[in-house]
Ligand binder design. Structure first.
Ligand code: DX5
Ligand code: ZN
Length: 225
């Protein structure tokens, strides 16, 4: 069974105090730190790049789960590897012709490869990447249009999660966008085990309690199945 991983999205943190925010989340029970990388082209927003990952890496040993919402992910593999990224998740929509080399290069740089799908992309598109000789080790199902935190969860994406979980019982399946106490049960019962949450964690008076509630929902669903 794929273990529950709670990954606060640092996009909702105070970027001016990133190291302290990371440390606070880890102390309160985070497993991973989700790092949203946006290029202003694949999505209409700009966030962080490898220099920020490199700076943060000096302050923490945590798993840095990097989500690259960029048009040319292969241009950044080397820099993210050097910066100390742990996971490198690219989007299938921009990697249809080169995913095999991309996965190999991510692994060669010591990172864990993942693939993500926008809401409009069919889940079947990633089957070959999960079944490849050099497979991705995580599939990230976007549950909002990528680009911004604080949007509304799209429950209709749960069919994708169910399909993947049925086909791949031990795969890391991550959901991202609009997750929080009111939407976690839908995602957890569909089979998601890696939970990204930004505004619901950082906006809470007790972020640790929100993270425990997310974890508990995943574990309860897993014990039922
Ligand atoms: C959206 C990002 C998400 C975002 C989630 O493009 O990929 O990681 O920060 O934020 P919330 O949990 O607020 O929807
Ligand atoms: Zn993300």
């Amino acid at each position: 069974m794929a273990a529950a991983k709670i990954a606060p999205s640092m996009l909702s943190s105070d970027f001016a105090n990133l190291a302290a925010e990371a440390e606070r989340m880890l102390r309160l029970g985070a497993d991973w730190l989700h790092m949203d990388v946006m290029d202003g082209h694949f999505v209409p927003n700009l966030t962080i790049g490898a220099p920020v990952i490199q700076s943060l890496r000096k302050h923490t040993k945590a798993y840095l789960d990097c989500h690259l919402m960029v048009t040319n992910p292969s241009d950044y593999v080397e820099a993210f590897g050097k910066a100390g990224a742990s996971g490198f998740t690219f989007h299938i929509e921009v990697s249809r012709d080169n995913w095999e080399e991309l996965i190999k290069s991510i692994k060669a740089k010591g990172m864990r490869p993942g693939v993500s799908l926008r809401p409009g992309t069919p889940v079947e598109d990633v089957f070959p990447l999960v079944e490849a000789e050099n497979p991705v080790e995580l599939v990230l199902i976007m549950t909002v249009e990528p680009g911004f935190g604080g949007q509304k969860f799209m429950p209709e994406m749960m069919d994708k999660v169910r399909t993947l979980r049925k086909k791949y019982p031990s795969l890391d399946i991550e959901v991202d966008g609009g997750l929080g106490p009111s939407t976690i049960d839908a995602a957890a019962s569909a089979g998601a085990n890696c939970i990204v949450a930004g505004s619901s964690i950082f906006g809470a008076a007790e972020p640790g309690e929100v993270m425990s509630a997310l974890r508990k929902s995943v574990e309860v669903s897993q014990n039922k199945s």
